[in-house]
Design a protein around this ligand. Structure first.
Ligand code: SF4
Length: 241
């Protein structure tokens, strides 16, 4: 009789354990709506890019918010503060996304959306940020964590925050192979920044340096070009428009 009771108790506790671990797994699972709540938005989908991207408010750009008032700078007349962005009040509306970076589940939510993006765009590539820029070393660390959680995707991060990237590297931290960071030149028609291997520039009256982006010949769309993600290309120059 005692043996029968023991077997019964063991069976019940195994059942409970299985149910508990099932519930934990269910809780750990994300869906698109939960990911959106954590991040403050879904991924962004621009007409130019062949892939999805992610944006923050241009009002939160650290270097850019100074350059936006400097004539001749790439940020002067920033598209992410004007046109449709301004019409729909996006710069202000997007600002809560900057605060959401500190959410503990931020990496998990972004990796979920990138890994479950469907086939509308080229899911092998991802661009950081169609507006906005790096906020801190912690922010860069989180982006790198997302890159590691999405190993089949090639990431491209153009940035004006040279100091943040350099500080990250000085700490001895590595940039994963599936991420190309490009330091963007601040002023139009100037040479690429010297402090980093991968860079980008903007040309207007002078000829381009390195390789020219030819999206302007293709209705301002990338088409099949993926040069920005190619770490072997040192500098890419975008024609001013
Ligand atoms: S260089 Fe190629 S990938 Fe980069 S923006 Fe231009 S068209 Fe797109």
């Amino acid at each position: 009789m005692l043996t029968q009771i023991n077997i019964y108790n063991k069976f019940i506790s195994a059942l409970r354990e299985r149910n508990n671990s099932k519930q934990t797994k269910e809780r750990e699972k994300l869906n698109k709506i939960q990911a959106k709540e954590i991040l403050g938005s879904y991924l962004s989908c621009t007409s130019k890019m062949p892939c999805y991207s992610y944006n923050l408010s241009a009002l939160d750009c650290i270097k850019g918010s100074k350059l936006v008032n400097v004539k001749g700078s790439v940020c002067y007349g920033c598209y992410a503060l004007n046109g449709n962005y301004k019409r729909y009040n996006l710069p202000l509306k997007l600002q809560h996304k900057t605060k959401n970076i500190s959410n503990n589940d931020w990496c998990k939510a972004l990796a979920y959306l990138i890994n479950n993006q469907g086939n509308k765009k080229d899911k092998n590539f991802f661009r950081w940020h169609d507006s906005g820029d790096l906020q801190s070393v912690e922010h860069l660390k989180k982006i790198i964590e997302v890159c590691k959680m999405t190993p089949n995707v090639k990431h491209w991060l153009p940035t004006r925050e040279y100091g943040i990237v350099n500080k990250y590297i000085k700490q001895g931290d590595k940039i994963p192979k599936n991420l190309v960071i490009r330091f963007s030149a601040h002023m139009i028609d100037t040479k690429p920044p010297k402090t980093f291997f991968n860079t980008s520039t903007v040309h207007k009256d002078k000829s381009f340096i390195g390789v020219e982006c030819v999206s302007y010949k293709n209705k301002n769309e990338c088409g099949s070009c993926r040069m920005c993600w190619d770490g072997s290309i040192k500098n890419i120059s975008y024609k001013y428009h």
